[in-house]
Ligand binder design. Structure first.
Ligand code: TRP
Length: 326
Protein backbone atom coordinates (compact mmCIF):
# COMPACT_ATOMS: atom_id res chain seq x y z
CA UNK A 1 0.00 0.00 0.00
CA UNK A 2 1.38 3.36 -1.03
CA UNK A 3 0.20 6.45 0.82
CA UNK A 4 -0.78 9.47 -1.24
CA UNK A 5 1.57 12.40 -1.73
CA UNK A 6 -0.57 14.52 0.56
CA UNK A 7 0.24 12.30 3.52
CA UNK A 8 4.00 12.49 3.07
CA UNK A 9 6.20 14.85 4.99
CA UNK A 10 6.24 18.09 2.99
CA UNK A 11 9.57 19.63 2.01
CA UNK A 12 9.02 22.77 0.01
CA UNK A 13 11.19 23.02 -3.08
CA UNK A 14 11.93 26.66 -2.36
CA UNK A 15 13.20 25.79 1.09
CA UNK A 16 15.42 22.97 -0.15
CA UNK A 17 16.83 25.29 -2.78
CA UNK A 18 17.60 28.08 -0.40
CA UNK A 19 19.51 25.68 1.82
CA UNK A 20 21.31 24.56 -1.34
CA UNK A 21 22.19 28.18 -2.05
CA UNK A 22 23.44 28.78 1.49
CA UNK A 23 25.59 25.65 1.38
CA UNK A 24 27.05 26.49 -2.03
CA UNK A 25 27.84 30.10 -1.12
CA UNK A 26 29.38 29.06 2.21
CA UNK A 27 31.29 26.22 0.51
CA UNK A 28 32.79 28.50 -2.12
CA UNK A 29 33.85 31.03 0.51
CA UNK A 30 35.56 28.63 2.94
CA UNK A 31 39.06 27.20 2.42
CA UNK A 32 39.46 24.48 1.40
CA UNK A 33 36.36 24.91 -0.75
CA UNK A 34 33.82 22.16 -0.11
CA UNK A 35 30.15 21.52 -0.84
CA UNK A 36 28.14 18.95 1.15
CA UNK A 37 27.64 15.74 -0.81
CA UNK A 38 23.87 15.66 -0.31
CA UNK A 39 23.52 18.20 -3.15
CA UNK A 40 24.61 15.61 -5.69
CA UNK A 41 21.21 14.03 -5.53
CA UNK A 42 18.82 15.88 -7.78
CA UNK A 43 17.00 13.61 -10.22
CA UNK A 44 19.88 13.56 -12.70
CA UNK A 45 22.36 12.97 -9.88
CA UNK A 46 20.28 10.12 -8.48
CA UNK A 47 20.08 8.54 -11.94
CA UNK A 48 23.82 8.90 -12.49
CA UNK A 49 24.42 7.38 -9.08
CA UNK A 50 22.32 4.36 -10.04
CA UNK A 51 24.51 4.01 -13.13
CA UNK A 52 27.61 4.08 -10.90
CA UNK A 53 26.28 1.12 -8.94
CA UNK A 54 26.21 -0.93 -12.17
CA UNK A 55 29.80 -0.13 -13.19
CA UNK A 56 32.29 -2.99 -13.42
CA UNK A 57 34.81 -0.96 -11.37
CA UNK A 58 32.29 -0.20 -8.63
CA UNK A 59 32.56 -3.38 -6.52
CA UNK A 60 30.57 -2.19 -3.43
CA UNK A 61 27.04 -2.55 -4.83
CA UNK A 62 27.32 -6.03 -6.27
CA UNK A 63 29.30 -7.26 -3.26
CA UNK A 64 26.71 -5.95 -0.82
CA UNK A 65 23.85 -7.35 -2.90
CA UNK A 66 25.50 -10.78 -2.86
CA UNK A 67 25.92 -10.57 0.93
CA UNK A 68 22.24 -9.69 1.37
CA UNK A 69 21.17 -12.54 -0.89
CA UNK A 70 23.42 -15.05 0.82
CA UNK A 71 22.70 -14.10 4.42
CA UNK A 72 19.04 -13.04 4.33
CA UNK A 73 17.98 -16.09 6.34
CA UNK A 74 20.50 -15.38 9.10
CA UNK A 75 19.39 -11.75 9.21
CA UNK A 76 15.77 -12.90 9.47
CA UNK A 77 16.63 -15.35 12.24
CA UNK A 78 18.07 -12.56 14.37
CA UNK A 79 15.59 -9.81 13.46
CA UNK A 80 12.41 -11.90 13.56
CA UNK A 81 9.27 -11.12 11.54
CA UNK A 82 7.06 -8.04 11.96
CA UNK A 83 9.63 -5.25 12.08
CA UNK A 84 9.19 -1.88 10.44
CA UNK A 85 12.09 -1.48 8.01
CA UNK A 86 13.39 2.11 7.80
CA UNK A 87 15.84 2.75 4.95
CA UNK A 88 18.07 5.83 5.13
CA UNK A 89 18.83 7.26 1.67
CA UNK A 90 16.80 4.64 -0.17
CA UNK A 91 17.45 5.93 -3.73
CA UNK A 92 16.14 3.32 -6.16
CA UNK A 93 15.58 0.80 -3.33
CA UNK A 94 17.51 -1.66 -5.51
CA UNK A 95 18.79 -3.74 -2.58
CA UNK A 96 15.61 -3.54 -0.55
CA UNK A 97 13.73 -6.50 -2.11
CA UNK A 98 16.52 -8.81 -0.96
CA UNK A 99 15.96 -7.73 2.63
CA UNK A 100 12.17 -7.45 2.51
CA UNK A 101 11.68 -10.88 1.01
CA UNK A 102 13.91 -12.42 3.68
CA UNK A 103 12.38 -10.90 6.80
CA UNK A 104 8.55 -10.52 6.53
CA UNK A 105 8.40 -6.88 7.64
CA UNK A 106 5.33 -5.10 9.06
CA UNK A 107 5.97 -1.97 6.97
CA UNK A 108 8.66 -0.23 4.93
CA UNK A 109 9.64 3.43 5.31
CA UNK A 110 12.08 4.59 2.61
CA UNK A 111 13.69 7.98 3.32
CA UNK A 112 15.35 9.98 0.54
CA UNK A 113 16.14 13.59 -0.30
CA UNK A 114 15.26 13.15 -4.00
CA UNK A 115 11.45 13.32 -3.81
CA UNK A 116 10.28 12.29 -7.27
CA UNK A 117 12.80 9.53 -7.42
CA UNK A 118 11.70 8.32 -3.97
CA UNK A 119 8.03 8.21 -4.95
CA UNK A 120 8.69 6.36 -8.21
CA UNK A 121 10.95 3.84 -6.49
CA UNK A 122 8.38 3.31 -3.73
CA UNK A 123 5.62 2.80 -6.30
CA UNK A 124 7.75 0.24 -8.17
CA UNK A 125 8.51 -1.60 -4.95
CA UNK A 126 4.80 -1.57 -4.09
CA UNK A 127 4.12 -3.49 -7.31
CA UNK A 128 6.55 -6.23 -6.19
CA UNK A 129 5.22 -6.30 -2.62
CA UNK A 130 1.50 -5.53 -3.06
CA UNK A 131 0.48 -6.29 0.52
CA UNK A 132 3.31 -4.37 2.18
CA UNK A 133 2.58 -1.03 3.83
CA UNK A 134 5.02 1.47 2.25
CA UNK A 135 5.31 4.98 3.68
CA UNK A 136 7.91 7.08 1.80
CA UNK A 137 9.40 10.05 3.62
CA UNK A 138 11.03 12.84 1.61
CA UNK A 139 13.74 14.13 3.91
CA UNK A 140 17.44 14.68 4.46
CA UNK A 141 18.19 11.81 6.80
CA UNK A 142 21.12 13.67 8.38
CA UNK A 143 18.57 16.10 9.88
CA UNK A 144 15.92 15.44 12.53
CA UNK A 145 13.28 12.96 11.39
CA UNK A 146 9.84 12.11 12.57
CA UNK A 147 8.69 8.72 11.42
CA UNK A 148 5.08 7.65 11.00
CA UNK A 149 3.70 6.06 14.21
CA UNK A 150 5.48 2.86 15.20
CA UNK A 151 2.34 0.76 15.85
CA UNK A 152 4.39 -0.82 18.61
CA UNK A 153 6.49 -2.80 16.13
CA UNK A 154 10.25 -2.77 16.65
CA UNK A 155 12.23 -1.24 13.83
CA UNK A 156 15.07 -2.40 11.66
CA UNK A 157 17.15 0.43 10.23
CA UNK A 158 18.69 -0.32 6.83
CA UNK A 159 21.67 1.77 5.77
CA UNK A 160 23.37 0.06 2.84
CA UNK A 161 25.88 1.37 0.30
CA UNK A 162 28.53 2.43 2.80
CA UNK A 163 26.88 5.84 2.92
CA UNK A 164 28.18 6.10 6.50
CA UNK A 165 31.62 6.44 4.87
CA UNK A 166 30.53 9.69 3.23
CA UNK A 167 30.45 11.34 6.66
CA UNK A 168 33.52 12.37 8.66
CA UNK A 169 33.80 10.55 11.99
CA UNK A 170 32.04 13.07 14.28
CA UNK A 171 29.16 13.42 11.81
CA UNK A 172 28.99 9.64 11.38
CA UNK A 173 28.74 9.15 15.15
CA UNK A 174 26.09 11.88 15.41
CA UNK A 175 24.09 10.21 12.67
CA UNK A 176 24.33 6.74 14.23
CA UNK A 177 23.18 8.16 17.57
CA UNK A 178 20.35 10.06 15.87
CA UNK A 179 19.31 6.81 14.14
CA UNK A 180 19.24 5.06 17.50
CA UNK A 181 16.93 7.83 18.75
CA UNK A 182 14.73 7.72 15.64
CA UNK A 183 14.45 3.93 15.57
CA UNK A 184 13.68 3.57 19.28
CA UNK A 185 13.71 0.70 21.69
CA UNK A 186 14.82 -2.79 20.63
CA UNK A 187 15.89 -1.45 17.24
CA UNK A 188 18.37 -3.18 15.00
CA UNK A 189 20.49 -1.58 12.31
CA UNK A 190 21.73 -3.38 9.20
CA UNK A 191 24.55 -1.31 7.80
CA UNK A 192 26.93 -1.74 4.86
CA UNK A 193 30.48 -0.53 5.44
CA UNK A 194 33.20 -0.55 2.80
CA UNK A 195 36.63 -1.82 3.81
CA UNK A 196 40.17 -0.57 3.42
CA UNK A 197 41.85 -2.28 0.47
CA UNK A 198 44.47 -1.82 -2.22
CA UNK A 199 44.18 1.62 -3.81
CA UNK A 200 44.46 -0.07 -7.20
CA UNK A 201 40.97 -1.42 -6.50
CA UNK A 202 39.67 1.61 -4.62
CA UNK A 203 40.56 4.43 -7.00
CA UNK A 204 39.00 3.03 -10.20
CA UNK A 205 35.74 2.51 -8.28
CA UNK A 206 35.61 6.32 -8.05
CA UNK A 207 37.11 7.07 -11.44
CA UNK A 208 35.65 4.63 -13.93
CA UNK A 209 36.84 4.24 -17.49
CA UNK A 210 33.48 5.21 -19.00
CA UNK A 211 33.30 8.53 -17.12
CA UNK A 212 30.03 8.00 -15.26
CA UNK A 213 31.50 9.02 -11.90
CA UNK A 214 33.01 12.10 -13.54
CA UNK A 215 29.57 13.01 -14.92
CA UNK A 216 28.05 12.45 -11.48
CA UNK A 217 30.58 14.78 -9.84
CA UNK A 218 30.29 17.43 -12.58
CA UNK A 219 26.49 17.32 -12.39
CA UNK A 220 26.81 19.29 -9.16
CA UNK A 221 28.11 22.24 -11.20
CA UNK A 222 25.32 21.85 -13.76
CA UNK A 223 22.85 21.78 -10.89
CA UNK A 224 24.29 25.03 -9.50
CA UNK A 225 23.86 26.58 -12.94
CA UNK A 226 20.30 25.23 -13.29
CA UNK A 227 18.96 26.00 -9.84
CA UNK A 228 21.07 28.84 -8.47
CA UNK A 229 21.46 31.09 -11.50
CA UNK A 230 25.08 29.94 -11.78
CA UNK A 231 27.46 30.75 -14.61
CA UNK A 232 30.01 28.05 -13.73
CA UNK A 233 32.04 27.07 -16.84
CA UNK A 234 31.59 23.34 -16.29
CA UNK A 235 33.94 22.46 -19.18
CA UNK A 236 36.79 24.14 -17.29
CA UNK A 237 36.50 21.59 -14.43
CA UNK A 238 37.64 17.99 -14.22
CA UNK A 239 36.75 15.11 -11.95
CA UNK A 240 39.44 14.02 -9.53
CA UNK A 241 39.42 10.97 -7.21
CA UNK A 242 42.36 10.08 -5.01
CA UNK A 243 43.15 7.89 -2.01
CA UNK A 244 44.12 9.83 1.13
CA UNK A 245 45.82 7.08 3.10
CA UNK A 246 46.27 8.98 6.36
CA UNK A 247 42.57 9.85 6.48
CA UNK A 248 41.66 6.38 5.10
CA UNK A 249 39.39 7.85 2.50
CA UNK A 250 38.77 8.37 -1.18
CA UNK A 251 38.37 12.08 -1.87
CA UNK A 252 36.45 13.41 -4.83
CA UNK A 253 37.17 16.90 -6.04
CA UNK A 254 36.33 19.12 -8.98
CA UNK A 255 39.52 20.74 -10.25
CA UNK A 256 39.77 23.91 -12.33
CA UNK A 257 41.82 23.18 -15.45
CA UNK A 258 42.42 26.92 -15.97
CA UNK A 259 41.76 30.16 -14.06
CA UNK A 260 37.99 30.57 -13.86
CA UNK A 261 35.54 33.25 -12.79
CA UNK A 262 31.81 32.83 -12.40
CA UNK A 263 28.80 33.96 -10.40
CA UNK A 264 26.28 32.07 -8.29
CA UNK A 265 23.04 33.94 -7.57
CA UNK A 266 24.87 37.08 -8.64
CA UNK A 267 27.89 36.62 -6.33
CA UNK A 268 31.33 36.48 -7.94
CA UNK A 269 33.80 33.63 -7.36
CA UNK A 270 37.12 32.66 -8.87
CA UNK A 271 39.46 29.68 -8.81
CA UNK A 272 43.03 29.55 -10.03
CA UNK A 273 44.08 26.76 -12.35
CA UNK A 274 44.59 23.59 -10.26
CA UNK A 275 42.44 24.71 -7.31
CA UNK A 276 39.72 22.30 -6.30
CA UNK A 277 36.28 22.09 -4.85
CA UNK A 278 36.06 19.12 -2.46
CA UNK A 279 32.78 17.34 -3.13
CA UNK A 280 32.91 14.02 -1.31
CA UNK A 281 34.75 11.70 1.04
CA UNK A 282 34.31 7.96 1.07
CA UNK A 283 35.96 6.70 4.24
CA UNK A 284 37.03 3.06 4.34
CA UNK A 285 37.11 1.07 7.57
CA UNK A 286 39.00 -2.00 8.75
CA UNK A 287 36.81 -4.62 10.50
CA UNK A 288 37.74 -3.44 13.99
CA UNK A 289 37.44 0.23 13.01
CA UNK A 290 33.88 -0.35 11.82
CA UNK A 291 32.84 -2.01 15.06
CA UNK A 292 34.35 0.79 17.14
CA UNK A 293 32.51 3.35 15.02
CA UNK A 294 29.20 1.56 15.58
CA UNK A 295 29.76 1.30 19.34
CA UNK A 296 30.63 5.01 19.47
CA UNK A 297 27.28 5.64 17.80
CA UNK A 298 25.32 3.54 20.30
CA UNK A 299 25.08 0.28 18.35
CA UNK A 300 26.53 -3.05 19.43
CA UNK A 301 27.40 -5.35 16.51
CA UNK A 302 25.69 -8.72 16.83
CA UNK A 303 26.59 -10.29 13.48
CA UNK A 304 28.88 -9.46 10.61
CA UNK A 305 29.27 -10.81 7.10
CA UNK A 306 31.90 -10.18 4.48
CA UNK A 307 32.79 -11.57 1.08
CA UNK A 308 35.72 -13.92 0.52
CA UNK A 309 38.00 -11.10 -0.58
CA UNK A 310 37.01 -8.97 2.40
CA UNK A 311 35.98 -6.10 0.13
CA UNK A 312 32.83 -5.07 1.95
CA UNK A 313 31.05 -5.79 5.22
CA UNK A 314 27.46 -6.02 6.28
CA UNK A 315 26.93 -5.58 10.00
CA UNK A 316 23.80 -6.16 12.05
CA UNK A 317 23.88 -4.17 15.27
CA UNK A 318 21.56 -3.70 18.23
CA UNK A 319 20.68 -0.37 19.82
CA UNK A 320 22.60 -0.30 23.07
CA UNK A 321 22.11 2.06 25.95
CA UNK A 322 25.25 4.14 26.52
CA UNK A 323 26.98 2.32 29.39
CA UNK A 324 28.93 4.36 31.91
CA UNK A 325 30.80 1.45 33.47
CA UNK A 326 33.14 -1.16 31.96
N1 TRP B 1 28.50 5.73 -0.32
C1 TRP B 1 29.00 5.11 -1.51
C2 TRP B 1 30.49 5.28 -1.64
O1 TRP B 1 31.07 6.11 -0.99
C3 TRP B 1 28.32 5.60 -2.71
C4 TRP B 1 28.66 6.96 -3.22
C5 TRP B 1 28.26 8.11 -2.73
C6 TRP B 1 29.46 7.23 -4.34
N2 TRP B 1 28.73 9.10 -3.52
C7 TRP B 1 29.47 8.59 -4.50
C8 TRP B 1 30.13 6.44 -5.24
C9 TRP B 1 30.18 9.19 -5.51
C10 TRP B 1 30.83 7.03 -6.26
C11 TRP B 1 30.86 8.38 -6.40
O2 TRP B 1 31.07 4.54 -2.39
Amino acid sequence: MLLSEREMAPVADGLANSQFLRDVLAGLQTRPRAIPARWFYDRRGSELFEAITELPEYYPSRTERALLAEHGKEIAAIAGAGRVVVEFGSGSSAKTPLLLSAIEPAAYIPIDISGDFLRESAAALGRSFPSLRIQPLEADFTGPLSLPAAHGAPRLGFFPGSTIGNLVAPAAVDLLRAMAGTLGESALLLIGIDRVKDDKVLVPAYNDASGVTAAFNLNLLHRINRELEGTVPVKAFEHLAHWNDFASRIEMHLRATKDVQFTVAGRPFSLKKGETLHTENSIKYGPRDARVLLRAGGWEPVAEWSDRESLFSLILAAASPMPSAP
